[in-house]
Design a protein around this ligand. Sequence first.
Ligand code: NI
Length: 226
Amino acid sequence: MLLQIPGVLTAQELAHGQRLLASAEWIDGRVTAGHQSSQVKHNRQLAEDSATARELGKLVVGAISRNPLFISAALPNRIFPPLFNCYEVGDGFGTHVDNAIRAVGSSGARIRTDVSATLFFSEPSDYDGGELVVEDTYGTHSVKLPAGSIVLYPASSLHHVKAISRGRRIASFFWIQSLVRDDGKRALLFDLDNAIRRLGADHPSHQSVVQLTGVYHNLLRSWAEV
Ligand code: NI
């Protein structure tokens, strides 16, 4: 499932983030790339342990954690501390798949990457090229979202970022270890949750709302790994 969520950051959060990123120090993006992806990755990113990355990471995690669509779609168990990248003219990231397991800094903790996320800090009008292209069994999806919006897609997907031909593209990228590892099961739960919310809004006292909510939680109970 590929899901775009608009307006994850408030206008103030976005402006604050953009200010910090405008004066940030960037390093070679290959520091976090695996063997295959380091050969096709051409961009820069913030050092994982930099004060700017930490402050911005808190802002991003705070914003997604209060977003009901994000919670419903990703069913997060653990969130990798957000990373930040910058693509300038000539930069791009060839086709790759994200590493399945990632170590969290020097903490010794590891997370399984079930869901990949990209949160845009640049506006689409700031740059040409730079589309995130995700391949799945339904075809190829090209994604370029307004600043403050996020896209979620299965970390198992092959994907690439098209080369930039004008301007610069700044985004946050990170991974989620979901309570439900399987993308198909997560998508079913997401559909069911949305249907229950709509039904509950239209017919708040309908008995089926309670019954379907029970089905949702019992499916989650049988599929979740905590
Ligand atoms: Ni990737």
